[in-house]
Design a protein around this ligand. Structure first.
Ligand code: SPV
Ligand code: MN
Length: 621
């Protein structure tokens, strides 16, 4: 039986008709292959219509994957207590012969596929399958990557409607469109409707066929195909096609006279990524993923997504006024793994009194409740989140979000949690220096938020390591080449919000990052000079003093500047040793990387001979 006949047999007339409006043989084959495998008892195809979207929203309630909250539009979803984050250990990249790639979890293709097919066989017998069409990047733009998601979770489907651009029309209008494919099943669920068979939780990435599978999990970072699973596929695609698919926010910084400069920023989890792109008075375009392409010699960037899946812990009225407003307005928001009491959501460190009872990710909850290991369960999980459309954000730059050609990228920012090495802000000498010495050299200290020892430096190239799907050498080669082909590559900056003094005291306030951004804008337009150091350009005291006055009406002291921007040579040299060691243990790393490390080491040693271990920025004026 051909695929279309098969689909006609298993779908009701109305749903089948929605499929036949799309002329795409690869789609028919994809659908029939996986419907055969998954054996759903019901199938629903979502077009772009409001009715179809509403149907999915209602299914999430009917299937009890979400519960209605008091405020209209608000719902809550709970993931299993042990399914609260991405499962790195069980996420595999398929490689033809199971070849190992540094820092990647790989599995032999046949073995991985056999395992996933076995787990997924007949898994939707009692379930409804949702078939969904979306686009990564703006529709019909040079950035667009179309995708089809199959899932039996109405919560996953609902989330995707909040997070991505609907693209059924794009499939309808373009015959035989190429697309990425995502197959997800939450598997059997327990009485709380959370995935039950966590021992069989898998995320499998098939780069050859552009398919990702996720099974026996509901946590969005595993299951929302278009987010992190797709990211592995687009990293691979970008490397093949010489563009960049990055784990970066995209924002506009307001400069003098109404000017806006756009920046992307890459930070590991919990290192200031969201707080930077949500800075009061600046322009939000995206908070997590960017595509960057060379368009007529310019680096232009778009937000891959159309919504935010953001961390809720610590969100409070004072520090996060925009998010706070979004979460307190009657509009479509999914809260996940927060505490619910009398239909109202609460989360850790929200700056308000939290009731001592309710329902959270552990089920019925009360103050002091302990888990099976004897650990006290906080009101919300530290990775509890909210899912909301970007159009709800008062600080959104809507034009930039919808721009078909993206926005011209002025700069790229790399940052990590670093208590003693990098200064608060530093501009690289050029593209190659920035890619290697800033992006490829990111290390970030572990926090109390992750298991294990605190303060351990972890290598995290471009903050993308968790999602890397290709050899790091290949990835870097592409990055270096991308910049070479641009007329004027974006400037590359490194920031460090976590620098401390010898007594462990933070040297900067939370808000100082706004000044670093304003300085970057001035640098991009050649409006301020800078101090040349062995590691790149740092701001002059006078320029920062002026900015602090203008922006915060605050006096910025000379001695603070001197402490913050001291070049810490021994620490910088040890970092070079660590980074060199990491890359020396891999094959196929671009030679430029070692050249950049050697050159910076030489500059640092020369400076040390002249000025000593810790160099005041004033001695380099
Ligand atoms: C991240 O951890 O980088 C996130 C959340 O953006 S997740 O969707 O889980 O990847
Ligand atoms: Mn992310």
């Amino acid at each position: 039986m051909n695929s279309l006949d098969y689909l006609k047999n298993v779908m009701d007339e109305e749903q089948f008709e929605k499929i036949t409006k799309i002329k795409n043989h690869a789609l028919y084959e994809f659908l029939s292959e996986y419907i055969r495998l998954l054996s759903p008892s019901k199938i629903f195809v979502a077009t772009n219509s409001e009715d179809d979207e509403l149907y999915i929203r209602n299914r999430a309630i009917v299937y009890q994957e979400e519960q209605l909250l008091k405020m209209p539009g608000h719902t809550v979803h709970f993931d299993n207590y042990y399914d609260q984050a991405r499962d790195k250990e069980h996420t595999y990249i398929l490689t033809p012969h199971g070849e190992k790639l540094p820092y990647l979890n790989t599995i032999k293709r046949d073995k991985g596929l056999e395992e996933i097919r076995k787990i997924m066989n007949g898994i939707m017998k009692e379930k409804e399958l949702f078939i969904l069409f979306f686009s990564l990047g703006p529709k019909n733009s040079p950035f667009m990557v179309p995708a089809v998601q199959l899932t039996d979770s109405a919560y996953v489907a609902h989330s995707e409607f909040l997070l991505y651009r609907k693209a059924y029309d794009v499939f309808e209008e373009n015959e035989n469109l190429e697309f990425l494919k995502f197959v997800h099943s939450e598997g059997e669920v327990d009485e709380r409707k959370t995935s039950k068979n966590l021992d069989k939780r898998r995320v499998i990435i098939d780069l050859e066929k552009n398919i990702c599978y996720a099974v026996n999990t509901q946590y969005a970072g595993n299951t929302i195909g278009l987010k992190k699973p797709a990211f592995r596929l687009t990293i691979n695609k970008a490397v093949k096609e010489n563009w960049l698919s990055e784990h970066m926010f995209l924002m506009g910084v307001n400069g003098p006279k109404g000017r806006v400069s756009y920046f992307t920023g890459a930070f590991p989890s919990m290192c200031g990524k969201t707080s930077t792109c949500m800075l009061v008075g600046e322009r939000l375009v995206g908070d997590d993923l960017s595509f960057i392409k060379n368009i007529n010699g310019e680096a232009r960037a778009v937000n891959v997504e159309y919504g935010v899946f953001g961390i809720i812990q610590g969100v409070n009225k004072e520090d996060d006024p925009y998010i706070w407003q979004v979460l307190h307005t009657p509009q479509e928001i999914i809260f996940s793994n927060v505490l619910i009491h009398e239909g109202k959501p609460y989360w850790n460190d929200m700056g308000e009194e939290i009731p001592c009872k309710g329902e959270n990710h552990s089920g019925k909850w009360w103050c002091g409740k302990k888990d099976s290991k004897g650990h006290e369960i906080p009101p919300s999980h530290k990775n509890a989140r909210f899912t909301a459309r970007l159009i709800y954000f008062p600080n959104l730059d809507r034009e930039a979000l919808d721009s078909q050609h993206g926005v011209k990228l002025s700069g790229m920012i790399f940052g990590g949690r670093d208590s003693d090495t990098w200064p608060p802000v530093c501009e690289s000498f050029d593209w190659e220096h920035g890619v290697i010495m800033k992006g490829a050299s990111i290390e970030s200290e572990t926090t109390a938020a992750t298991l294990g020892k605190e303060g351990v430096r972890k290598f995290n190239i471009m903050s993308i390591l968790d999602f890397m799907s290709v050899h790091l050498g290949k990835y870097l080669r592409n990055y270096l080449d991308f910049g070479k082909k641009l007329k004027a590559p974006p400037k590359i900056f490194a920031v460090n919000y976590f620098l401390r003094d010898e007594n462990g005291k933070y040297l900067n306030t939370k808000l100082d990052k706004k000044i670093w951004l304003k300085w970057m804008d001035l640098r991009v337009h050649g409006e301020v000079d800078a101090v040349e150091t062995p590691i790149g350009y740092i701001p002059r005291y006078e320029d920062l003093q002026k900015l602090f006055r203008e922006v915060f009406n605050r006096e910025y002291r000379r001695e603070d500047y001197e402490k913050q921007f001291t070049i810490r040579v021994p620490e910088l040299l040890s970092k070079i040793d660590r980074i060199r060691k990491i890359y020396s243990e891999m094959d196929n790393i671009p030679q430029e990387l070692f050249e950049q490390l050697d050159a910076e080491e030489k500059r640092l040693i020369e400076a040390k001979e002249k000025y000593g271990d810790h160099i005041s920025p004033f001695s380099l004026y």
